[in-house]
Design a protein around this ligand. Sequence first.
Ligand SMILES: [Zn+2]
Length: 155
Amino acid sequence: MSLLATRKSTSYLVVHCTATPEGKDFTAADIDRMHRQRGFTMIGYHYIIRLDGRVEPGRPENAVGAHVEGHNANSVGISYIGGVDAKGKAKDTRTAAQKSAMVRLLKELRIRYPNTKILGHRDFSPDLNGNGKVDPNERIKECPCFDAIPEYAAL
Ligand SMILES: [Zn+2]
């Protein structure tokens, strides 16, 4: 029996950062190792985007991921390598190649999963004051360290 359940519905494409230091060229294999060390079956994301824009597969695309609490059963997780500065502070470290690769990948996924919403991980934080959006002070974490909603609104 496989430990990876097949995903039955897909409502969200969730954008992440790996929270690895700016400029360090980690691979999907590195992230896989880190996630297994944390006790995951395998890498939690479905795709990794390297510094040079290469897209590497992570978890099989049709499997339930491990990247966003409460929504793993209905989302695909995509992470760019980076997201913190040398001191570990949240920072949008995306390279130009990563930005364009992310747009290409999201467009491709949208063809396979029409009607999905593209959100950043932090957009799943609880809206504590009920004003209809996640304010900066309500974010559980900064991931992916940029505002994914306006960034991909035109896709
Ligand atoms: Zn995340």
